[in-house]
Design a protein around this ligand. Structure first.
Ligand SMILES: [Zn+2]
Ligand SMILES: [Zn+2]
Length: 339
């Protein structure tokens, strides 16, 4: 089969590899749609989490159709469309036993440490499969990023009537926007530097959109003079995170969702955190939120179609990674290996 392989840091090849066959508890999935993520770039550059993964078939946001199954697989059949939770926890370490599998000490992930979805076929344990039936493969492939967003909202919940401020109207920011709306936010303000992304945020329910290039830096406070209950960073820009503190209402929460460079640092006032009862909450990946995620997509509650900007064949993954890295992607880029 054809697959993208990260052979070593900064070495990407598209090549023929052996098509996988399932073990007793596994299925082989024909990959129909596989989303491109900024963390794929981190892995390509050698900035991975856990042990050395090379050579690696990347891709952790994918779905497809089962083409072959092992003899112990009970709840899924050949031809079933399936979405895949890529997290493979060990089940026995300190964190797994606390049901905090995203912090598993022996963490494995499809597309992170073992073969993922930028290939024609992929091996998946039955435990990682989820059914869906009403949406396209492209729409369902957003279930992994939405599961991360839902985990964020479990860590820093939006309550009825809240003011919510979101930095970044890329695909993840737009998923945060929809989840905040459904959680009962009364006022959602979205900031981004790109006009078309802000227009899409408006279409998806933002009350106010702000382009910081065109407006005063403090303009989010126009729409919430006391600040916001929940401020979400979906940019991964250290400067944005640093600047976000002043927009948090007293007793409010900053959700650090975007992935900043590992070595970046910011300056914040501990006195301000103390005096204003501020919460700062990190969100790493997803944790048992995949089932809710695919259900929200499948039932049409969360619109993932509108956050997809491009659909590319496998050969264009290098271009897609370049677009994501340079901030040129209009939204989520989805790879279709059988296109
Ligand atoms: Zn991702
Ligand atoms: Zn574990």
């Amino acid at each position: 089969m054809k697959a993208v392989v990260f052979e070593a840091p900064n070495t990407l090849k598209i090549k023929e590899v052996k098509t996988p066959r399932p073990g007793d508890n596994e299925v082989v999935v024909k990959v129909e749609a596989s989303g491109v993520c900024a963390s794929d770039i981190h892995i390509l550059k050698g900035d991975f989490i856990g042990s050395d993964p090379y050579p690696l078939i990347p891709g952790h946001e994918f779905c497809g159709t089962i083409v072959e199954k092992g003899k112990n697989v009970e709840n899924f059949d050949v031809n079933d469309p399936v979405a895949i939770d890529p997290v493979i926890p060990c089940g026995k370490c300190y964190y797994c036993r606390r049901n905090e599998q995203n912090h598993c000490i022996n963490f494995n992930g499809l597309g992170d440490t073992i073969a993922g979805g930028f290939a024609e076929y992929v091996l998946v344990p039955e435990a990682n499969l989820f059914h869906f039936e009403n949406v396209s493969f492209e729409e369902a492939s957003l279930a992994e990023p939405l599961a991360c967003v839902l985990y964020g909202h479990k860590r820093a919940p939006v309550h009825l009537g809240d003011d919510v401020l979101i930095f970044g109207a890329g695909s993840l920011g737009l998923l945060h926007l929809q989840v905040a709306r459904h959680s009962g936010a009364a006022n959602i303000t979205v900031c981004d530097l790109k006009k078309d992304k802000l227009a899409l945020a408006g279409e998806l329910g933002a009350d106010y959109v702000i382009n910081p290039r065109e407006e005063d830096e403090d303009s989010p406070l126009k729409y919430a003079p006391q600040g916001y209950d929940v401020v979400i960073d979906a940019t991964g820009s250290p400067r944005v995170v640093e600047n976000a503190i002043k927009f948090i209402k007293n007793k409010g929460t900053l959700m650090v969702f975007g992935v900043c460079p590992q070595a970046a640092t910011i300056t914040i006032s501990p006195y301000e955190i103390y005096r204003r009862d501020i919460n700062i909450v990190g969100v790493f990946a997803l944790n048992r939120t995949f089932g809710e995620s695919i259900k929200l997509i499948d039932k049409g509650v969360i619109n993932t179609k509108k956050v997809i900007s491009d659909i590319f064949p496998l050969e264009k993954l290098p271009l897609a990674l370049e677009m994501v890295e340079n901030g040129e992607a209009g939204g989520k880029i989805v790879i279709k290996p059988h296109l």
